[in-house]
Design a protein around this ligand. Structure first.
Ligand code: UGA
Ligand code: MN
Length: 361
């Protein structure tokens, strides 16, 4: 009788052990399961495995650096990009590169990304995010980093940051032939419709031998003018002259926000920016490398990373004729706005008194 009771106790104990183990294993499996978004192989935390791959229409490259107006500036352009994606059904791979010596982006940027990832996911159709944000970092060499009181023309800005993003794109194995690349500085103003004609340009088949690889758009409040850019009458057509005042003989007398590139061409020539370009030549020298204009790349000094050419009207005309078209000829859809540096005198005084503003992002 006692033996019988003992046996049934052992039996019950065994059943209990098996049930507990199954329970633990089940939860362990759930934790590691591919359907758990945390375990997605993608760098994007909100892209579960079974979703279709993210194929961007545009790579948008934004250098950024720490200052009081960083978050408001980024917030403003994030709204523009999301609205543009939503209204026109574009997909943006937005690469934000922080000017920083650290490999990890700042807490502010990590929070910014987390908040926007959530917002984008919630408001994108069918829970398929229209924007995928990448956060990268790249530092600016101390020797050419602008000091607080330096005039902004002293050194080029955002060079290493844009190059980091470009290398990220060049190293991607799943590049889409039809995608486009745009440099969007964090303080400019972008209209919701800016990308519409850019996209059309990328999709168009031009008649041989005209094979344009850059589209250029008028840009507001830049170069000392109300606007600067192509003097073009018709969209997607070559044009002969730029409306510009400062150093008009430059091959591309335009701002960073004024042009859009084809990824298919960029991966062929793999152009990068150089901090050593002559003042005002940042955009021109980059585009010369992108288009591989042999007349101008002839004396490229690799060690010094500089292009030594004399701008030549004939060569310029040849480039415009074959490689360039104007877009948004009758409308300004991007402005080179600049955010005023806020006064910090009172904050500094309160900090001295131990009463500085409580940390809130
Ligand atoms: C103008 C052009 O619009 C820029 O595209 C160009 O890089 C710059 O001139 C130049 O000559 O280098 P501007 O408005 O004067 O631009 O320059 P910022 O807007 O102050 O800087 C351009 C980008 O670089 C911004 O996205 C900014 O966040 C970033 N930046 C600026 C850094 O990453 N680090 C810095 O120390 C300063
Ligand atoms: Mn700017």
């Amino acid at each position: 009788m006692r033996l019988c009771k003992y046996r049934s106790q052992v039996f019950l104990q065994k059943i209990y052990n098996v049930v507990s183990l199954t329970f633990i294993l089940y939860h362990f499996w759930l934790y590691l399961s591919p359907t758990n978004p945390q375990n997605s192989p993608s760098t994007h935390p909100k892209f579960p495995r079974n979703h279709p791959p993210f194929i961007p229409n545009f790579y948008i490259i934004t250098p950024t650096y720490e200052r009081w107006t960083q978050k408001p500036d980024l917030t403003r352009i994030a709204h523009s990009f999301f609205l543009s994606a939503l209204v026109h059904n574009f997909k943006f791979n937005w690469i934000i590169v922080e000017d920083s010596k650290f490999t990890q982006p700042s807490k502010l940027l990590k929070n910014f990304k987390a908040e926007w990832d959530q917002f984008i996911l919630k408001h994108s159709p069918n829970q398929l995010p229209l924007i995928k944000i990448e956060l990268l970092t790249a530092s600016t060499d101390d020797r050419i980093k602008l000091g607080k009181e330096d005039p902004n023309w002293l050194w080029p800005r955002g060079v290493n940051q844009r190059n980091k993003a470009l290398n990220f794109i060049y190293n991607k194995i799943d590049l889409v032939e039809t995608s486009l690349i745009y440099f969007a500085d964090d303080d400019n103003t972008y209209d919701t419709n800016l990308f519409v004609n850019f996209w059309k340009f990328g999709q168009m088949n031009f008649e041989f031998p005209h094979d344009p690889k850059v589209a250029i758009t008028p840009t507001g409040i830049v170069g000392g003018l109300k606007w600067e850019g192509p003097n073009c009458a018709e969209n997607f057509q070559p044009f002969k002259k730029f409306h510009t005042a400062w150093k008009p003989y430059r091959p591309f007398p335009i701002d960073m926000a004024s042009f859009i590139l084809k990824t298919s061409q960029a991966v062929k020539t793999k152009p990068l920016f150089s901090s050593r370009t002559r003042r005002g030549y940042l955009e021109s020298d980059f585009l010369i490398k992108y288009l591989n204009v042999s007349e101008y790349t002839l004396n490229y000094d690799q060690g010094k990373d500089t292009l030594n050419y004399m701008p030549n009207e004939e060569v310029n005309d040849k480039i415009y004729k074959n490689e360039v078209v104007g877009v948004n000829c009758d409308k300004i859809l991007v402005w080179h706005t600049q955010t005023v540096k806020p006064k910090e005198k009172d904050e500094l005084r309160l900090v001295e008194e131990g009463k500085g503003s409580r940390e809130m992002q």
